[in-house]
Design a protein. Structure first.
Length: 247
């Protein structure tokens, strides 16, 4: 089917999300909480757009809005810009010094926030991606705790988690780099806990924690190669494939 986004005709598949269609056609829609690895989070609401179906106009969240018929979409209308500015202001009040939030403020011409109380040390926007990543790993080491203005992401009682394997999936998906992860002298520091890092058997670079390595072995079996970093695994797979073609 064909839809129109900001005056541009775009091909779309039934059920395809608006954000994906826009990106395929080079149309910019700002996002923070969207991750290709964990789609459908839809918490930051930055990707709102205006959809017109006949005489009906409505604001939808493009990352979770499936296209089922021909529609016209406006990603940067006056109404959307006004709503998006308010969202950015609230995010800025939550994490005023964050570089990603600052870029959004500049993009939308917003001055320094004066109306809302701000916490200059905060970077977390409570999007929940880190918690979801931990759950998808099957670990459940972190969660959102407390309520209201005290709400945050943490381990139980802010103590070192017994189940955390230090994989870093939470930090990898965080859109604002709010999770402090530090690798130093073969040791990873994460969530008030220290993890011993292991080296890739081929390149010698530290690439994961011992706990993560053991967890993957238990989950997927000893036959899989967990002694190589991702770069070396890909290289080894490519060499193996090339060898098969030569044979």
């Amino acid at each position: 089917m064909e839809i129109i986004i900001d005056g541009k005709k775009c091909e779309a598949q039934y059920g395809e999300y608006l954000l994906d269609i826009a990106r395929k056609n080079g149309i910019h829609i700002p996002t923070l909480c969207h991750s290709d690895a964990l789609p459908g989070q839809a918490t930051c609401r930055l990707c709102i757009v205006e959809v017109v179906e006949g005489s009906r106009r409505r604001v939808v969240t493009s990352c979770v809005f499936p296209v089922t018929r021909e529609v016209e979409v406006f990603t940067n209308s006056e109404k959307i810009r006004r709503m998006r500015k308010n969202i950015i202001r609230l995010l800025s009040a939550r994490a005023p010094k964050n570089e990603f939030i600052q870029k959004l403020r500049e993009e939308y011409g917003l001055l320094q926030e004066t109306r809302f109380a701000v916490d200059e040390k905060e970077n977390c926007i409570l999007c929940g991606l880190c918690v979801r990543a931990c759950e998808e790993m099957g670990i459940f080491a972190i969660s959102t705790v407390n309520r209201g203005i005290e709400k945050k992401v943490s381990t139980p009682f802010d103590e070192a988690s017994d189940v955390c394997i230090g994989c870093g999936a939470c930090a990898f998906v965080c859109p604002t780099r709010a999770i402090n992860i530090m690798d130093e002298n073969g040791v990873r520091h994460l969530w008030n806990k220290e993890f011993q890092l292991v080296k890739c058997q081929k390149c010698g670079e530290y690439f994961t924690t011992r706990e993560h390595q053991e967890y993957m072995k238990q989950k997927f079996g000893e036959d899989n190669n967990y002694t190589l970093c991702e770069k070396c695994r890909k290289k080894a797979a490519g060499e193996k494939m090339a060898e098969c073609y030569r044979i």
